[in-house]
Design a protein. Structure first.
Length: 172
């Protein structure tokens, strides 16, 4: 946001401010007949943040973004060193996502017990939504998996011991 407030100072909104603005914006759209909800990314089952526009542009040009290159280098360094560093925020994110899914499941179970067919149908929809949510994956986790896949492919391409290039046993 690049506007100035009434006092001539630049706005510095916090996450809670942005959430409140989204909710008000959605409410105003609803008043005008537009179907809109102001749900958080996590509540919609999205764990990873969207790629920044600059990073997307760099990738579209066929280049690798610096942030991604540095992340890959860190993963390789850790793999070579044989130790991975812990990321406390990843555990918190996993806990938060588990709590969100569990909250949806509890609501669905409550709706299942209702006498209303519409409530039971909504419960089934909620359970399908929870089942369709993507698995928990951070960028770091994706890069670790990518590295493991690359290593696995490289090992499968290595010639077997005791075999010549043509695939026959080598003579000794």
């Amino acid at each position: 946001m690049r506007s100035l407030g009434y006092e001539g100072r630049r706005h510095n909104p916090r996450k809670a401010d942005l959430a409140t603005w989204r909710e008000r914006f959605a409410a105003e759209l609803q008043l005008r007949g537009v179907e809109a909800e102001a749900t958080s990314r996590r509540a919609r089952g999205k764990i990873r943040k969207a790629e920044r526009g600059v990073v997307r542009s760099i990738k579209e040009r066929g280049e690798q973004a610096r942030v991604e290159r540095l992340a890959r280098e860190e993963i390789v360094r850790e793999a070579r060193g044989g130790k991975g560093s812990t990321r406390p925020w990843e555990a918190k994110t996993r806990e938060r996502q588990t709590a969100i899914r569990e909250g949806y499941r509890r609501q669905a179970e409550e709706l299942k017990r209702s006498a209303s067919a519409a409530d039971r149908d909504l419960a089934a929809q909620i359970l399908r939504f929870v089942a369709s949510m993507p698995d928990f994956e951070t960028m770091r986790g994706r890069l670790l998996k990518e590295l493991a896949d690359t290593i696995s492919k490289a090992k499968s391409r290595e010639p077997k011991k005791g075999r010549a290039r043509g695939g026959r046993e080598s003579e000794r």
